[in-house]
Design a protein around this ligand. Structure first.
Ligand SMILES: Cc1ncc(COP(=O)(O)O)c(C=O)c1O
Length: 399
């Protein structure tokens, strides 16, 4: 730090206290590093950092220390070589699609029941850029194989547990199918989280999360990540230097803090979701419950083997008998504990009406094709006492 004692008041106001020499202590938790600029001993050092021959940071749109700490933590949890963080889950999906080969003339084979904005990104924005999409039921393996053989895709994109129908994808088999035909596999692992499942271990090339959900977990930050190989990370890094969908240091810090309680939260959320699903399945006002932990679920055995006995996730959806949009809204307004907020994976229990929110951008015909009726409600189990959640659902269903 330069000697400021003889400088003017205005100059000291700007520079005093800044750029103190590195300390000889280590803070226990990672600090928030908001600086937009970084200084080195010499311009040659700065040049070497730009070149990548010396480690360091040059500009936070490229990378920054708090974000790197979060990326390292998540790479460890996902068992991946590297992670690139983003400002949102959608930015992560968009970047992974581009890095994986989505460009004019290329085909993406995608699960029909992906998150609504992912559906719109593929069908809408990327469609206008002449990326072709072939929709499949990702749980119908012969149909996926036929689609791959017919369309020679650059990418196959699925969700481990789909939003909002809770179908479970056979990632090990899908990875083999994709690779045998020269395609890369992109998996949105948001609903499962690395606590339940790490798709890279089974061959997925790009694993995406809306970190806004379980990873951060407290409903107070937006973030996205792609877990992948070191080689793919380099592609993502170069793309993001231009896209600029970079995670901020404050959000990275909150996300890193969220990771520490991921196993505790998920353990409770899985238990609560299982109890709620068991209870709803027997409820006279409910016609259908989608939850991989139910023995009636079509991929129950697959989910049990993929998730290694840790549970079946905190998400479920259910259909209220003879309910139209107005009746579902009435039910959601009657809830007192479960909050009707447009997100999931938080410590709070949350409900959502997919037809008017997460899948609103689909036309009614598209929703019918995907299998999202107006009576469908999605529930994200929080970490509250499950008896309070059940009592709330009971009183609202009676209302
Ligand atoms: C499964 C899934 N993937 C991706 C996203 C997009 O994430 P974000 O809202 O952080 O952009 C969402 C958002 O709800 C989601 O549910």
């Amino acid at each position: 730090m330069q000697n400021l004692s003889r400088k003017a008041f205005q100059t000291r106001a700007v520079h005093a206290g800044e750029r103190t020499p590195p300390a000889d202590y280590t803070p226990v938790s990672t600090p928030i590093w908001p600086s937009v600029g970084y200084l080195y001993e010499s311009m040659n050092d700065t040049d070497a950092v730009f070149e990548g021959t010396k480690s360091g940071y040059v500009y936070p749109r490229y990378a920054s220390p708090t974000v790197s700490a979060f990326e390292q933590a998540l790479a460890s949890l996902e068992g991946a070589e590297a992670v690139q963080a983003y400002a949102t889950g959608m930015a992560a999906i968009h970047a992974a699609l581009l890095a994986g080969g989505a460009r004019a003339g290329a085909t993406v084979v995608a699960a029909l029941d992906v998150y609504g904005a992912t559906f719109s990104l593929l069908r809408g924005l990327l469609g206008t850029l002449e990326v072709k999409v072939r929709w499949v039921d990702a749980t119908d393996l012969p149909a996926v194989e036929a689609a791959i053989h017919e369309s020679h895709p650059a990418l196959l994109m699925v969700e481990t547990i789909s939003n909002p129908l809770l179908k479970v994808a056979d990632i090990p088999t899908l990875a083999k199918l994709a690779h045998a035909n020269g395609a890369v596999l992109l998996v949105d692992n948001t609903f499962a989280s690395p606590y339940l499942y790490t798709p890279t271990a089974d061959g997925a090339d790009y694993v995406i999360h809306s970190a806004t959900k379980y990873l951060a977990g407290h409903g107070d930050v937006m973030a996205g990540v792609v877990a992948t190989s070191t080689e793919n990370k380099q592609r993502l890094y170069e793309i993001n230097k231009l896209l600029g969908a970079t995670l901020g240091p404050f959000e990275a810090w909150l996300s890193l803090r969220g990771l520490k309680t991921l196993p505790l939260r998920l353990h409770q959320q899985c238990q609560n979701a299982q109890r709620v699903a068991d209870w709803l399945e027997k409820h006279p006002r409910i016609v259908r419950v989608n939850y991989p932990g139910l023995s009636a679920h079509r991929q129950h055995e697959l989910a049990a083997s993929l998730f290694g006995g840790r549970g079946f996730g905190g998400m479920l959806s259910f259909e209220i008998a003879q309910a139209d949009k107005a009746k579902v809204f009435h039910f959601m307004e009657a809830l007192e504990l479960c909050l009707p907020a447009t997100t999931l994976g938080d410590v709070y229990s949350l409900v959502l009406h997919p037809a008017s929110s997460s899948h609103r951008s689909l036309t009614p015909a598209e929703r019918a094709r995907v299998g999202i009726p107006d009576g469908l409600v999605r529930l994200s189990a929080g970490i509250e006492d499950v008896n309070d959640i059940l009592a709330d659902l009971e009183q609202a269903l009676s209302a």
